[in-house]
Design a protein around this ligand. Sequence first.
Ligand SMILES: Cc1ncc(COP(=O)(O)O)c(C=O)c1O
Length: 475
Amino acid sequence: MKYDQAKTPLIEAIERHHEMDPISFHVPGHKNGLFIDEKDKQFFYKSDLTELSGLDDLHDPHEAIREAELLLSDLYGSRKSYFLVNGSTAGNIAAILASCSPGDTVLVQRNCHKSVLNGMKLARAVPVIIETEWDEEGKVPTGVTTESIRETLKAFPDAKACVLTYPTYYGMTYDVEAVITELHHHGVICIIDEAHGPHFLLGEPFPASALALGADIVIQSAHKMLPAMTMGSYLHIGTRRVNERKITEYLSILQSSSPSYPIMASLDYARSYVGTMTERDITKNLAEIDGFVQALTSIHDGLSVKRTNDPLKLLLTMKGKTGYELQQQLEKQGIFCELADPYYVLLILPLMKEHISFPYKEAAERIYEALKDEEVPEQAGNGDKIERKNLLHYTALALTHAEMEDREEKWIPLTEAEGEISARMITPYPPGIPLLIPGERISGDTIVRLKQYLKNNANIQGDHRLDENLVCVYR
Ligand SMILES: Cc1ncc(COP(=O)(O)O)c(C=O)c1O
């Protein structure tokens, strides 16, 4: 053997992380197990079981799992709800496969998760990309407009389905009800990737869930915003437009035949947790968040806090620093954030009940420590501006999946790529929004933005050679 088999590098990395006494402002929503008491923690180990008598079967539920899914459906007001053990990734793909046939046009939002595009590829659907709007400063992606949907449907009246992301990773929402109405007016099935919104059923001040607004299929990552374990998600069917049999079939194809009972148990727990939240719990959350925001705004003249449409998501920005630099500085004090981009770091706040306390005060103190010696530069921008000229409502791909499979590829310098067709998905991560999709013609605007991400040392996912300034295009 070449290596020392006694080594357990992942376990050691996890232990090193915990030695920093980290404060979690990231997913999973249980915040390093804070919401789970000792008795329940032990239970999660004991729950690592299999399909024994009395424990039911996720792929053919009749007993406990069926009852747990019925409770879920009851809480969210769906026609039918499913536990997912392979994340919203599996839910998005199953929803797409069940809603269209090869060759069907499917509309997708530009700032969709990569699982949506992967689902299109597997379904052999023809994606039409709906361009994303940005907030007024042009720094945070928001959503799509009814006008964009209307214009896209004029050009593609036969579209079969539309997959939208609501809310965005950054906690931004938009008038999804109007968009759903427009889609239904044209007979289009509306799939909502609500990965970041399983808590929206709580009502104001949280935005409304798309499920309550008429969406046909809604997929939620319980592990992101509720205290469920990583990969635990929900899929809800909202209307009769959906072929329930196909959803069930694709979920059983895409998910493990040995679904994790600890994940399923945590989904049961998360449903009960959110389903029993009281007005007092919500009031406590909001008061603590207000206190934290107030503490943050008085930490440093250069630090600003931006609230989003989701009270549990905050964006921090520091004058003269990129979000990546701010993130590094916070991590030195054990403050771990969900993501950084050229401008912001994103904090995901906990959804707490009255009896739970979160170390907000200590977090504010540590953030103060991290930034106290920082000078505010006189003329301070926050990273270079990422140019966005969003004049288009939609972008159709230049090649179909079948055409792409037959084409040869070549690597060319990024500077010469304008007008060529990308052969790779290029996704700065986070936030995981594809800048380029295979089959998409490369615009000058995209090259400028890609260079910006590279300059900021953003992590670019995918099989690329951007470190050599090369991109892969079709011949
Ligand atoms: C908008 C969105 N959809 C889907 C996913 C995939 O979710 P999961 O991690 O539950 O598979 C993510 C993950 O970050 C996401 O941000």
